[in-house]
Every structure is written in structure tokens, then in C-alpha cells.
Design a protein around this ligand. Structure first.
Ligand code: TK8
Length: 356
């Protein structure tokens, strides 16, 4: 089904191209792993409604399509997943609240707005903590990270798996940014930067001299289009698949934070599932999260190249320029390390070191 679905998508893409409708293409992506494993016995039928923030062309959406395929195939259609993309059911904060009340079954937010439920997740918001993807994946797959997922218990949310939102890059509509001074604007005033609703991100951009504005992801495109904010920061694949290049002229490869996604299910929904279904949902979550990391990896550089082809002026930063940003945001560590926990940070840094 996945193969048929993807071919249909490609055909659809080709069809709309002939109509001259711009259709978000995708890189030459790996197919999802074959779905193996026995069909789970009949324990009733369930339709799971899942809301996500990103577009149908995003790695996030493609991976939850695979999640849905696994459940469909291994229950012979007794568990189906209705996916609602593009923040149409709400933003990360709202959809997590909907899981708590049981008005939504699943969602897939970034870890940053979820720090209100599990404070330790803020470790992922520390700038330049995770130097490369191997280290980031090792951290997300560590026992320490699993303890953070387990810490949701009792909140109304069951956290199933981490995957990759990715390395965040700065974009704006005002000027090229090569240095922290370009952000703060010295004599012309700091850039107004939309941030996720997370205090560490606010601190990062305040420290850099910007005017940080927390905002739901679903409101971001129109806020940039209307000039309410000058810029934002997200991985290249999100900037591309959410068409931010239409309202952002400049990009800077800052890679200042690596943000995970967390695949979540309402505890009310989870408690309605037979143990055999719970085991399958947990396994499918892990498998689709691994596939999502693969897709996000394949999307990353390709998206930056697509954005440049679409006219975005992207500044690559060399080691010296990155070092200047790292030095400029040191006060964020000074402020937040004690709050997040020096021991936890040391644990994460230990995992990073052992994956260099
Ligand atoms: C999408 C968000 C988004 C995040 C943000 O639901 O808010 O900027 O990076 O990807 O989770």
C-alpha cells in the first residue's frame, strides 16, 4: 500500500506539474522498510485521529503514513489512522491539550513546547548541545531519553517515541545574517524572530539581541507575510515544505538547536486498546520514528538546495562564525544549566562524547 500510495503521490505530483500548479516535490527518498510481523488477533476496531503540524510533503507526514500502514496491515484494517496535517486541528500546545481531554487520539509535537509536561526535555533546547546527527540520534535512543518519555505518565499523554524535527536554521526577510551582531542589528535594531513557546528559545534570541516573539507554528506564515515578525528558525525541510521561502529572502545555516519530535497518544485512547494492540502501536511508533529520522536526513541538504533554487539567499557559516554564535549564547547555558540540571546535561554530553 505504501508503494502504491507513494507512486500515486508521484503521479499526482506529475499531473499537477502539467497543470502548472506548484507541487512540493520531494527528494529521492528511501522507501519504508517492509512491514513484517504477524497479524494481531481481533480485539475490536479503532480509528485513531492524529493531528500534526507539518505539510503532506514533510518527513513527519510521510512517516506517520507508514505508521498508519503498519497498523492497518497488522490488524487487517481493524486499526486505522486518520491524519490531519498542516496544523488544521491546532498547534502543538493545543493538540497536546486535546490528547489530555481525549478529544484527539494522537499528535506529534516538537519537544520544545512539551517542556511544560516534562521539564527535562529543555535539555534539547540548549544551543549547540548536539554537534551532529549521530550524537543527536544516540541521545534520542538513550535510556536517559526514554526516562523523559516515561515521565509523561499520568499527564494524560503517553509519549511513544522520539524522532527528528532537526537542526534549526535562521531565516528572515530583512538582511543576510553572518554574525550575532547581524541578529541584534546594533544601530538598526534587532530582528523580530518568532520562537516556539519555550523559555530557553526566548532566552537564546534575547541574548543575541533579537526581539523574540513566541507564536504557534500555524500562525507563522501569515505573521511573516504581514511583517509581524521578520524571521523564524526551523529545519530546512520545514522551511521548504511550509513554503516559508515565499516570505523569507535570507537563510543562515546556524544549526543552533537540534529539536526532536515526540510521537504521542492520549492516555484515554491508550487505555481503551487491548494489550496486544498497545504492543503493536508502541512497535509501529518506534519503526515509523526510525523511518522519519531516515527521511529527515535525506530531506535536509536537498531542502537547502531547493530553497536556493527558489531564490533564497542562504549564508553558510564557517567554524569561526559558528564559534562566534556559540560564544554569544554562552549566557543561555549560565542561566539554564542550573534550572535544567547540571547532572542531566553532563549525562547528555557523555552520550555525545561517546558518539564522536
Ligand atoms: C510543528 C512544529 C514545528 C516546530 C515549530 O508542529 O513550532 O517551529 O519546529 O515543526 O513542531
Amino acid at each position: 500500500m505504501t508503494t502504491i500510495w507513494r507512486n500515486t503521490l508521484t503521479l499526482a505530483g506529475a499531473a499537477t506539474l502539467s497543470l502548472g500548479i506548484a507541487y512540493a516535490q520531494s527528494p529521492d527518498l528511501s522507501d519504508p522498510p517492509e512491514i513484517d510481523g504477524d497479524v494481531v488477533g481481533d480485539h475490536g476496531s479503532h480509528t485513531l485521529r492524529m493531528g500534526i503540524g507539518l505539510a503532506e510533503s514533510s518527513p513527519q507526514y510521510l512517516s506517520v503514513q507508514y505508521f498508519a500502514d503498519i497498523l492497518d496491515q497488522r490488524t487487517e484494517g481493524r486499526i486505522s489512522v486518520d491524519i490531519f496535517p498542516n496544523s488544521q486541528l491546532g498547534d502543538d500546545v493545543q493538540m497536546m491539550e486535546m490528547l489530555q481531554t481525549g478529544s484527539l487520539d494522537m499528535t506529534y509535537p516538537s519537544s520544545s513546547p512539551a517542556t511544560t509536561y516534562v521539564e527535562e526535555l529543555a535539555v534539547f533546547d540548549l544551543p549547540f548541545l548536539l554537534p551532529n546527527r549521530d550524537a543527536a540520534v544516540a541521545v534520542m535512543q538513550s535510556d536517559t531519553a526514554q526516562e523523559m518519555l516515561d515521565a509523561f505518565e499520568g499527564s494524560g499523554i503517553k509519549a511513544l517515541a522520539f524522532s527528528e524535527n532537526g537542526y534549526r536554521q535562521l531565516s528572515n526577510s530583512v538582511r543576510p545574517v553572518e554574525t550575532p551582531e547581524d541578529v541584534g542589528g546594533m544601530d538598526v535594531g534587532g530582528l523580530t524572530i518568532r520562537t516556539m513557546e519555550n523559555p530557553v528559545h526566548l532566552s537564546i534570541w534575547e541574548t543575541l539581541g533579537a526581539n523574540p516573539t513566541p507564536m504557534a507554528f500555524g500562525e507563522l506564515f501569515s505573521a511573516m507575510e504581514q511583517g509581524v515578525v521578520d524571521g523564524q528558525e526551523n529545519p530546512w525541510s520545514t522551511i521548504l515544505t511550509s513554503n516559508f521561502h515565499e516570505v523569507q529572502d535570507y537563510g543562515s545555516e546556524t544549526r543552533h538547536v537540534y529539536t526532536p519530535f515526540i510521537l504521542m497518544i492520549s492516555e484515554r485512547t491508550w487505555d481503551r486498546l487491548a494489550p496486544e494492540y498497545q504492543e503493536l502501536v508502541q512497535e509501529a511508533a518506534r519503526q515509523s520514528a526510525q523511518y522519519e529520522i531516515q527521511l529527515a536526513t535525506e530531506y535536509d541538504d536537498w531542502s537547502r538546495e531547493q530553497l536556493e533554487e527558489k531564490g533564497m539567499q542562504i549564508t553558510r557559516l564557517d567554524d569561526e562564525q559558528i564559534a562566534a554564535f556559540q560564544e554569544a549564547v554562552q549566557p543561555v547555558y549560565d542561566e539554564w544549566a542550573p534550572k535544567i540540571g547540571e547532572d542531566l546535561i553532563a549525562e547528555i554530553q557523555g552520550i555525545v562524547e561517546s558518539n564522536q
